[in-house]
Design a protein around this ligand. Structure first.
Ligand code: F0G
Length: 459
């Protein structure tokens, strides 16, 4: 026997019981929730794969850190510990805390964007694009075409297409581009990483034209893991070294600490540009709180600082991405159509292929998320036409090529047996797929509609 499996570098010390539900209970719950998994009560959910955001299990060290909160209004010692870790691991000298990622997006959009500007990036993210639009910018997607194809095997589907970016610079002029940003891995593309080679080429192009380059570093350690695993020359480098090498290419970054840092709340805005920092420090007091707490308790900043040290641990990140991959492989074995390569934080089901008989106007991914919940109590998230929203200029629906359901894995929370049960239940939905009908939207919020929209079963 030559096989040697690996396992998580931690064990369970505290458990949280979960409620088991019956099918009639779940049928009622999803109807009451307007067939929107965001509107379910968490108590009615068995395995919660809605998001990996703020749903992670903290370590004993992080919980111990929570008792070390210095809740002074100004100058909390937890802030200085966090600041020193941001300098050490992200390499950014200036930092303001925010209550979560979108608050950092709000502040940086206000600072860098003038009305009428363009922002270019490797695919949109819901909150990121909204804050760019609210600040007066138009978002332009310059990701490689492969990213929009759920079956393309490209190992770095998060890469920017340099020709697209060069053409955009030529079309609108460098002065009109507020900044270029790269997210890694790209959430909406299926958790797909960018390569170091591409990042450096993008940096050179931006530098040549004097365009700012910013980093959505929300899941940067997963991106670093993929670079280590897939890119030539990186196998022997540590996650921390790769993270630092990525960050060195950017002028600044924002982070939703609710992901990589394995905490329940928190955000980061960090930069090497002193002027931008001074502006951020002025705005954070208006929208978040004093610049040494930014809407967070001292204890939360302590847990974040410790989380940074834990997130770069190779065995931890390997177990995290390994669990996602295990789930993806199992679903492939059952014939369920998923996005490939398998992503870093989630497995994405291809709802177009799952329900070829449901038109995109009848929300195949929204339908699939509701069906999976009824089958097994597993909660997932729509990432298709509902999430894509409407074009702010024309008011028409955006029709994304990717019509996906995301099964997102909280870090250090679920076991392999949970994944087995979940994959079996999705296989059961797949076996019955032909009988399923689509949905009709009956309530549509103006902004970020996916959070609160309500649906009924289509006739
Ligand atoms: N950027 C990325 C890439 C994200 O995935 C998120 C949040 C944000 C920014 C915003 O951060 O939620 O702390 O305000 N993503 C969550 C998700 C909500 O489920 O993917 P936030």
């Amino acid at each position: 026997m030559t096989q040697r499996s690996w396992a998580e570098p931690y064990r369970i010390k505290v458990v949280e019981p979960i409620k088991m539900t019956t099918r009639p209970m779940r049928e009622k719950a999803i109807k009451d929730a307007g067939y929107n998994t965001f509107l379910l009560k968490s108590d009615d959910v068995y395995i919660d794969l809605l998001t990996d955001s703020g749903t992670n299990a903290m370590s004993d060290r992080q919980w111990a850190g929570m008792m070390m909160g210095d809740e002074a209004y100004a100058g909390s010692k937890n802030f200085y510990y966090l600041e020193s870790n941001i300098r050490k691991y992200y390499g950014m000298p200036y930092f303001v805390p925010t209550h979560q990622g979108r608050a950092a997006e709000h502040i940086i959009s206000k600072i860098l964007i003038r009305p009428g500007d363009i922002v270019a990036g490797n695919m949109y993210f819901t909150t990121t694009r909204l804050h760019q639009e609210l600040a007066g910018a138009t978002f332009r997607d310059v990701i490689i075409d492969e990213a929009h194809d759920p079956d393309d095997p490209h190992p770095f589907k998060g890469d920017i297409d340099l020709a697209k970016l060069a053409a955009l610079i030529k079309e609108v002029g460098a002065k009109k581009i507020a900044y270029v940003f790269m997210a890694g891995p790209v959430n909406m593309a299926g958790g797909q990483p960018f390569s170091m080679k591409n990042l450096k080429a993008v940096r050179d192009l931006c530098k040549k034209h004097g365009i700012r380059l910013w980093f959505d570093a929300t899941r940067a350690c997963e991106n670093a893991y993929f670079i280590k695993a897939r890119e030539k020359g990186y196998a022997a480098k540590s996650i921390a070294a790769i993270l630092k090498e990525m960050c060195d290419c950017f002028e600044g970054l924002w982070v939703s600490a609710k992901k990589d840092l394995m905490v329940n709340i928190g955000g980061i805005l960090a930069t090497r540009d002193k002027k931008v920092f001074e502006q951020a420090r002025a705005l954070v007091v208006v929208y978040e709180g004093m610049h040494t707490y930014g809407g967070l308790a001292g204890r939360d900043m302590e847990a974040m600082a410790i989380g940074i040290e834990e997130m770069v641990d190779y065995d931890t990140i390997r177990a995290r991405v390994g669990q996602v991959e295990y789930c993806g492989r199992l679903l492939q074995k059952y014939g369920v159509p998923i996005v490939t390569p398998i992503g870093g934080h989630a497995v994405f089901l291809n709802a177009r292929k799952f329900f070829p008989h449901i038109a995109q106007e009848q929300f195949p991914a929204q339908t699939l998320a509701a069906e999976i919940y009824v089958e097994s109590g597993v909660r997932s998230m729509e990432r298709g036409i509902v999430s894509a929203g409407r074009d702010p200029q024309t008011g028409k629906n955006n029709f994304p090529n990717l019509e996906l359901v995301r099964l997102t894995f909280p870090r250090r929370v679920y076991t392999q047996a949970h994944i087995d049960v979940m994959a079996e239940s999705i296989a059961a939905v797949y076996d019955n797929r032909k009988k399923v009908k689509g949905l009709k939207m009956v309530f549509e919020p103006k902004m970020l509609r996916f959070f609160q929209a309500r649906f009924k079963k289509a006739a």
